[in-house]
Ligand binder design. Sequence first.
Ligand code: 5GP
Ligand code: MN
Length: 317
Amino acid sequence: MRMNLLEECKGAARIGISGHIRPDGDCVGSVLSLQMYLRKCLPAAKVKVFLEKPADIFSEIKGYDEIDSDFPEEEPFDVFFVLDCGADRIGEAEKYFRTAGKRINIDHHIREAGSGDVNCIDPGIGSTCELLYDLMDEDRFDRDIAMALYIGIIHDTGVFQYSNTTPETLRKGAKLIGYGFDFPRLIRETFYLKTYVQAQVMGKTLTESVRFLDDRCIVGLVDRETMETYHVGPKDMDGIVNQLKNIKGVECAVFLYQTGEQEYKVSLRSDEKVNAAQAAACFGGGGHARAAGCTVKGAFRDCVDALICRIAEQLQA
Ligand code: 5GP
Ligand code: MN
């Protein structure tokens, strides 16, 4: 039996919601859909989202402008939700989580245990938005909630193409587009469309990529110099790792961008042979079997060697 969202919030006057640092579509869709749903079903409660500022492609989702990315001091919340990750990846919002009367964790990543007093962790489901869909009462959906859930689902399933898409996912997608938002435009504008510089950086990364392990593994890098030259940041890197993975013969794609003198954020995408979450976990990261991430420290060459080594163990197993 899954948790009952409204029952868990019964009597709560102040409810806070957060998600992971570097929020993606599923993270933004889930925190904002939950905010809308709780405001609608529990009009007496004050509900607020605290989250690192998401990319402006998500600004159409209702509640985007109200997101608090300053993380001010607040009285303890009666209920605090962490969505799409554990409490270790919510950055500054951790202080709210720690002091809340009741802590609720809803996530679909591979985890040992939830971080909340109440947990709903289901790695078998493709997105946190799909999980929330199950926890919400469909009768309370409206166009805005449906659109937010839909954006999360398309982002984490690659528009219903990854193996985390199930018949249930498609049925939910079908129900959601029935609310009449312009879904082809949303798919194009939030998922596929790139700015010119984003496309340039993607092209540069593909051109300079290097293959390893009999061309079954590929590595792409955006270093600090490139980020400065093209004026791009972490939010501009989405999609590069998928393009690397889309190269014939590649079973595991590794994309890195520089976050410090000797620090790189890593994205992994893999086929069945390699469990990306397992490889990322060796470096303190995590995620899903086919898509995962971590942060590595050290000289670039050493970081790549260490990553390739972990991938080789799996490819050669
Ligand atoms: P992406 O490569 O798109 O940033 O992330 C792929 C998946 O891995 C997402 O589900 C994301 O939440 C997860 N992920 C990315 N980076 C990290 C990390 O540093 N730690 C953990 N635990 N998960 C990560
Ligand atoms: Mn997700």
